[in-house]
Structures are given as structure tokens and as C-alpha cells.
Design a protein around this ligand. Sequence first.
Ligand SMILES: [Zn+2]
Length: 162
Amino acid sequence: MNDRTLIDECRALAPRAYAPYSEFHVAAAARTAAGTVHRGVNMENASYGLTMCAEVGALMAATIAGDLANIREIYIAGGTVNANGKLTGKNIVTPCGRCRQLIYEAACLSGRDIAVICVSGDGTRVRRSTIRKLLPYSFGPHTMGKRENNRGARRSSRVYKR
Ligand SMILES: [Zn+2]
């Protein structure tokens, strides 16, 4: 079930992104099992390669709160901001490759798949997926021989036997 409140919240938050170069504003909201929401927006830089995605901000906020292992779902909305300050755009915004890897790390920590809800700027189009679907055959802690928490180790080993 998609949560219209979080979709609307992302759409309201995205215009606050610092995106003077691309003018493409993105917001992400990561919700934990307990219902806590950690938010982020994209932040660009004149040195383009230093740009941070909205998902990075949300995951960083979750990390600071000790919630990285508790994320159940992440909402992402992005587009351009119109003259009235509202987010617009018909295209569904999905996480980039780096962000998929970062979300996957959180899934490994929790041992649960994470729902990824991708939303168009105007909020009319929503695509629900999971990080394991968006990042098949993933590189993760197991690849490096690292043990995850007990629940994570059990669940992720099942995933990697595909
Ligand atoms: Zn990204």
C-alpha cells in the first residue's frame, strides 16, 4: 500500500533541494518499522561530481539516528519546480545506481527487503518495487565475507542462492 501522506511530503520537500545546475529537485523519505521518517533532498555542487542524491541525505539521517537497520521503505519523488513553487513532472523518479547500492546495504543490515516507492514530480504516477528487484545479483557485505546480523545473514543468504 502506498502512503499518500509520504508521497505528498516528498513532493512538498523537493523544492527545498539545492539544485541550481540541473534544476531537478528530488526528495526521499525513509520510514522505519517503528514509523520514524528520515528525510533528504538532493544537494548539488559547482563541482558536479560532488552532488549528493536525496536518498543519500535520508539514509545519512537514518544512520545518525541509529535507524539504518530499521528502514522498511523509502519514498522518492522528483521533478522540476514551477513558478508557484510546486514540484511538477510526469516521469517516475527511480534511485540511481549508487543509491540502490546504499539502500541495499540497509536491507542487508536489517535482513529485510526494502520497499522502494518511486513517484513522478506531479505525484500522479507511482511505481512500487523493492531494492532486491532493483538491484539483482548485488554486491554486499557477504561478497566481502562479512557477517551480517543474525537475521540479515539468514535472509540474505537465501537471496544470493538464486
Ligand atoms: Zn542517487
